[in-house]
Design a protein around this ligand. Structure first.
Ligand SMILES: NC(=O)c1ccc[n+]([C@@H]2O[C@H](COP(=O)([O-])OP(=O)(O)OC[C@H]3O[C@@H](n4cnc5c(N)ncnc54)[C@H](O)[C@@H]3O)[C@@H](O)[C@H]2O)c1
Ligand SMILES: [Zn+2]
Length: 354
């Protein structure tokens, strides 16, 4: 088992959940008078059985899965079940699930009776390498993602790759896009390692999850509130978020977050080459490897206007300017880079013509 210390807590990474020696000890040392597990119907079925032997008495709060449930109504139901279950300020909430459970459970815990302790047990690859680390909690309001939330750290994060065995392969690839991003923004060797991985066939997740978590942790610790270098984690996300929203509006089977970010990384790698000095050979390398795993998403030239409008609304912008995080080279990323509209449209055309 690997242990990564973070400022106020630790992240332990293992293959099997039974290797998480500290699970029972950490819960015991909190002297909690009640323990609640927040799960969705999938994680209750596939993941809860792995953790219950390490828990004495506990109550399960079950919600329906999916982003559409990351709302204040679901929070009300969670707060109500905590109250009915007798939760006090000395209770613990264990968030067992993907990013939706982690974000919303963290938010509910941080606000219930002005804050109770919570632990994250991420069960998707995306939540393991991204959502569970970094202290951001929150919910969507009126369809706007993460409009309300706060920064609050968990007491501990227990990551076990065993949970990935039941995860659908499109969800696995979605999380893998964030690992590709980690290599691109901060570690060329890691990029070379990640390039060799076929997510569906891969079995040795523990080691690469560790590297991704270290990268995210390092960036977040040096800039917890995203005023500087944390913005590099947004590489691929300015265009990617807009594509994700467009897909949600028009597709019966919308793109998953990572699938949209993969397309966004191609566009933003092109911008990196155009305005930020990324060598052409690196652009070719990035495009070729991303397309191997993420088939091109069909976008028509006409949809640029809609996409541009969405990018203008991005909450990371400064005034009227769309801000990008762009690569100088593989393993080195800059941030707060404004790009002229014409160049942005060229990046879009580049992707459409691939
Ligand atoms: N806080 C942050 O820093 C941060 C960062 C990135 C993303 N996020 C948030 O994360 C969310 C997306 O997270 P996600 O991709 O994990 O989605 P998710 O939580 O919706 O999980 C995806 C699906 O997989 C199912 N599932 C989860 N674990 C499973 C398992 N082991 N086996 C079988 N099925 C399983 C879930 O029930 C769900 O249907 C978004 O709301 C996003 O805003 C937050
Ligand atoms: Zn992301």
């Amino acid at each position: 088992m690997d242990l990564i210390p973070v400022k106020n807590y630790s992240i332990s990474i293992s293959k099997l959940f039974s290797e998480q020696d500290d699970f029972t000890r950490i819960i015991g040392s909190g002297n909690y008078n009640s323990v609640f597990v927040l799960a969705d119907t999938n994680t209750e079925k596939y993941c809860l059985p792995f953790i219950t032997s390490g828990l004495s008495s506990h109550r399960v709060i079950r919600i329906e899965p999916g982003e559409k449930n990351k709302t204040i109504n679901t929070c009300s139901a969670i707060w109500q079940q905590l109250a009915e279950g007798g939760a006090t300020r000395n209770s613990l909430l264990i968030n067992l699930g993907g990013g939706v459970i982690g974000d919303m459970g963290g938010f509910c815990a941080a606000t219930f009776k002005r804050g109770i302790d919570f632990i994250n047990i991420p069960t998707t690859l995306l939540a393991m390498v991204d959502a569970s680390v970094g202290g951001k909690t929150g919910i969507d309001v009126d369809g706007i993602k993460n409009l309300v939330g706060l920064f609050q750290d968990p007491k501990h994060i227990f990551i076990s790759s065993v949970f990935l065995s039941s995860l659908p392969s499109n969800q696995l690839r979605s999380g893998f896009a964030e690992m590709i991003k980690h290599g691109l923004i901060s570690d060329r060797n890691y990029w070379n390692e990640v390039k060799e991985i076929q997510p569906d066939m891969y079995r040795d997740w523990q080691h690469v999850i560790r590297r991704s978590v270290e990268i995210k942790k390092q960036v977040v610790e040096s800039d917890p509130y995203e005023s500087g270098i944390r913005k590099t984690l947004n590489f691929g996300h300015t265009v990617g978020h807009a594509i994700e929203t467009l897909s949600l509006m028009r597709d019966e089977q919308p793109l998953l977050h990572g699938e949209a970010i993969a397309a966004g990384m191609i566009c933003e790698a092109w911008l990196s080459a155009k305005v930020n000095g990324l060598p052409a050979s690196s652009l070719d390398d990035i495009v070729a490897h991303i397309l191997l795993l993420f088939p091109k998403y069909k976008l028509a030239g006409i949809e640029y206007a809609a996409l541009h409008k969405l990018m203008k609304m991005d909450k990371k912008n400064d005034g009227d300017k769309i801000q990008f995080s762009l690569l100088h080279e593989i393993g080195n990323c800059g941030f707060n880079i404004a790009v002229p509209d014409m160049v942005l449209q060229e990046a879009y055309n580049f992707y459409c013509n691939l």
